[in-house]
Structure formats: structure tokens, C-alpha cells
Design a protein. Structure first.
Length: 245
């Protein structure tokens, strides 16, 4: 089975290495890059049209233009799956742009190159079936499970609401801590070392990913407002010298 990967950045390269354990993988990147991916065949954009499943490993903000690029090369029965950290927006774009003869599956691997450096066993993968035969969904669900991933089926709305207060807040806190320029310390507690790990896991990713997480998830603004309210509440308690439960 031929599987295509559009986008061979940090995550796309990781995803290609995972999928190539079982499938014949063809990869395309807008900007030519020198990659050490012996198990992946680099092809021009039209080469992805020969694949029965295509994973989009691109920025959320570029998903619309990527889909429009791909459409001329897609054949009936092809499955297109995004891997974006937000689900409602890319799924809406896929439904609007992809022809009816193309199947659609939303996915969100809840990990990246840093958080999976010790392996992917037990890491969560969200699946949001949109427009595809049940047997196709079951095939990929079973495949991802066989990779050791913990598959969770979830609607786009539920995913975005949950992700805003899990992934979204983690990336936001990571960027705040990085802005503070925190450094390792010989007297660091375990908790402090965990904070530095958050910085490492979130800030190695492109700034565009952070922007897209905050701008394209309809629930992250609420998360930021709650975070700001709680921050101010704690500061006010300190200023008053009073207790806080």
C-alpha cells in the first residue's frame, strides 16, 4: 500500500518514519530539503496522487492552499487525512475543497519529535472520521493501535475544546517560561526541571505552530482569559496578604 506524506518538516519526518514501518511511503516537501529518510521516496507533488492515503503534515494556516494544490492529482477513493493540532478548521477546509469522491479522516497525533524521543508506545492519537467507509476507518484505527498508539475517537468540537485546555495551555505556558529566559540550576527541584522540560518540548517547534494553535482553535481565547483571570486573582491575594485556597 502506498502512503503519501505532504510536508517533511520536523513532524512530517517523524510521521514518515512511523508509517514507513508498515507501508511504502512517498514524501513531498514544498521547499527541497536534504533528508536522511532512506525508507521514504521523495516525489514531486503529482507523485502523491499515486498514493491511496495521503497525510497532510503542514501548518494549520496553510491547509487551505495545500488542499487546493493537491486536488488536481487526487483519484476517486483516495483518503486524505490531516494531522493538525486543531480539528474543526482543517476538517471544514477538507469538506469544502476536496471533491466528493475523496475520503476524509481527521487525525491529531498528540506528540512530536521531542515528546516521542523515548518511543511512541501509549501516546495518544485522536481520530475524527469525517467522510470515509467504516472499513477504512477500522483499518487505520487498527493500524495505529498496532504501532502502540492509544487511539481515541473524538468529534472535532470535543477535540478542540479539550485540546485548548491541555495542549494549548501547555504551549502557552512554555512560551511564557521561555520569554523569562529560565536557566538550569544546580539547586533545581524536580518541579523546576519539569518546567524546563515543558520549554524544551514546546519551544523547539516552529513559532507558526504556536500561533496557529492559539488562533485557529475556537476555545484557546477562553483558556487564555481564564489563565489571565487566575493569575490576577493570585497576585491580588498576595498583595492583600490574605489566604487563597
Amino acid at each position: 500500500m502506498k502512503v503519501g506524506i505532504y510536508g517533511l518538516g520536523r513532524f512530517g519526518t517523524l510521521w514518515a518514519s512511523i508509517v514507513s514501518k508498515r507501508f511504502e511511503v512517498y514524501g513531498y516537501n514544498r521547499t527541497p530539503r536534504t533528508l536522511n529518510l532512506g525508507s521514504v521516496t521523495i516525489v514531486p507533488l503529482e507523485g502523491l496522487g499515486e498514493c491511496s492515503t495521503i497525510f497532510l503534515c503542514t501548518a494549520i494556516s496553510s491547509i487551505e492552499s495545500v488542499l487546493k494544490e493537491l486536488v488536481p492529482f487526487l483519484k476517486p477513493g483516495t483518503l486524505v487525512a490531516d494531522t493538525c493540532s486543531v480539528k474543526s478548521y482543517p476538517i471544514r477546509m477538507m469538506e469544502e475543497i476536496l471533491p466528493s469522491y475523496v475520503s476524509i479522516l481527521g487525525t491529531h497525533p498528540m506528540f512530536g519529535p521531542d515528546s516521542s524521543k523515548n518511543g511512541i508506545a501509549g501516546l495518544p492519537l485522536i481520530l475524527t472520521p469525517v467522510r470515509l467507509p467504516e472499513e477504512s476507518y477500522r483499518f487505520w484505527e487498527d493500524t495505529f493501535t498496532s504501532f502502540g498508539l492509544r487511539v481515541v475517537k473524538m468529534s472535532a468540537e470535543d477535540h478542540d475544546r479539550e485540546a485548548a485546555f491541555t495542549q494549548g495551555i501547555t504551549h502557552f505556558i512554555g512560551r511564557v517560561l521561555k520569554d523569562m529566559n529560565l536557566k538550569p540550576s544546580p539547586i533545581a527541584t524536580m518541579g523546576y526541571r519539569k518546567l524546563l522540560e515543558i520549554v524544551e518540548q514546546t519551544c523547539n517547534d516552529p513559532w507558526q505552530l504556536f500561533l496557529d494553535l492559539q488562533q485557529y482553535n475556537p476555545y484557546t481565547k477562553e483558556m487564555r482569559n481564564q489563565l489571565q483571570t487566575s493569575f490576577q486573582r493570585i497576585l491580588s491575594s498576595l498583595d492583600r496578604g490574605g489566604g487563597h485556597s
